[in-house]
Write a protein that binds this ligand. Structure first.
Ligand SMILES: [Zn+2]
Length: 350
């Protein structure tokens, strides 16, 4: 397959990197995670353990069990956003073994970080919004997410159903694409040969997930209550995960590309054209989403921990204005959500 080639040099890229590096030097701070991230990780992990016990082992259909199930859904996705994502990008800590451990928190949720890394770190982060390359925005043939994809009959009404698929995201991932990619040893255009250790981790992950979330609670409190808790937890996590991710890329402001399209050669400029921020001023969103509402900064500096994005966003914004490069930003999450729905409708009618 033809590949788009980018360059990591250019006046804008150099100026941006220099200014961001100066910020860390001047303030004498590490680019990796800090005390705030470690505290947040502890809160999320403790919340995961307590809510797991409440959601699966309290008497069925009691108020406390329902509340625990909702908190567990948020904890699952919170661990993914804040611990796993930074760890898999190597930005959680200066120590590589801690990053590996943080990245493997994804396995706690039932998915495999070794398969997610090539899909996200390489394909999505390099070829953002490029048809046939960016596997993270690929929902075809069920949903047409890019103008370059052939429009099928069902896509004409996709704005009526695309959102109804989002609650199933984690089920399709854990029990579908993970196994498909594992047996093919391939993620889209990337070959992913597994070592013996990775084969072992893959199967332990699946067995542990099914054991912890299904077998053990079924044996303790019964099948119906367990299935309800499991399905609700995974659906809550899936809905949050899908909307947060899609609102940063599949919105009306951002650019979509095909491999043959005319495009900027500067990789940083491509990232700015294809990515959007939202709700930057919301402290709650920024805390919980692990900087995914600062997706522009994440795409430009994925080796920097998300805890620093609010501060470096000012530098990015000013540099973009100076070089007359777009900086996409929605003031609120609701604004980005509306834009995502408009974009998906546009893909249905054009
Ligand atoms: Zn990322």
């Amino acid at each position: 397959m033809e590949k788009i080639k980018f360059t990591s040099t250019g006046a804008f890229t150099q100026a941006l990197k220099q200014r961001v590096n100066e910020f860390f030097k001047k303030n004498n701070i590490s680019k990796k995670g800090n005390f705030n991230l470690h505290l947040k990780s502890t809160i999320l992990l403790v919340s995961f353990v307590i809510s797991y016990i409440g959601a699966f082992y309290l008497p069925p259909f009691t108020l406390l069990r329902i509340i625990s199930t909702i908190i567990l859904g948020f904890s699952v996705v919170g661990i993914g956003f804040n611990i796993m994502h930074d760890g898999a990008h190597g930005s959680y800590s200066t120590k590589s073994w801690i990053n590996t451990l943080a990245g493997h928190s994804m396995n706690l949720i039932g998915a495999t970080v070794s398969l997610w890394k090539p899909k996200h770190n390489i394909l999505h982060h390099t070829f953002t919004n490029i048809a046939g390359h960016d596997d993270d925005i690929e929902l075809y043939p069920l949903v047409r997410t890019l103008p370059h994809q052939k429009k099928l009959l069902l896509h004409r009404v996709q704005n009526w159903y695309f959102w109804a698929l989002y609650p199933f995201h984690l089920f399709l991932w854990i029990y579908g694409s993970d196994f498909q990619q594992y047996f093919k040893q391939r993620v889209a255009t990337q070959k992913v040969p597994f070592s013996t250790r990775e084969h072992f981790i893959f199967w332990i992950t699946k067995i542990t997930h099914i054991g912890l979330f299904l077998v053990l609670p079924i044996c303790t409190v019964g099948i119906i209550a367990t299935l309800v808790s499991y399905i609700v937890t995974m659906m809550i996590a899936s809905i949050i995960l899908s909307f947060v991710f899609q609102c940063a890329h599949l919105v009306t402001e951002t650019t979509m590309r095909d491999v043959g399209d005319e495009h900027t050669k500067e990789w940083t400029v491509h990232q700015l054209e294809t990515t959007a921020d939202f709700g930057q001023k919301s402290k709650m969103l920024t805390w919980f989403l692990g900087g995914l509402n600062f997706q522009v900064e994440h795409h430009l500096f994925h080796d920097i921990s998300h805890v620093h994005y609010p501060k470096i966003s000012r530098i990015v914004k000013e540099t973009c204005a100076e070089f007359k490069i777009p900086y996409h930003e929605y003031p609120t999450f609701l604004g980005a959500l509306k834009s995502h729905f408009s974009y998906m409708k546009k893909m249905a009618i054009t």
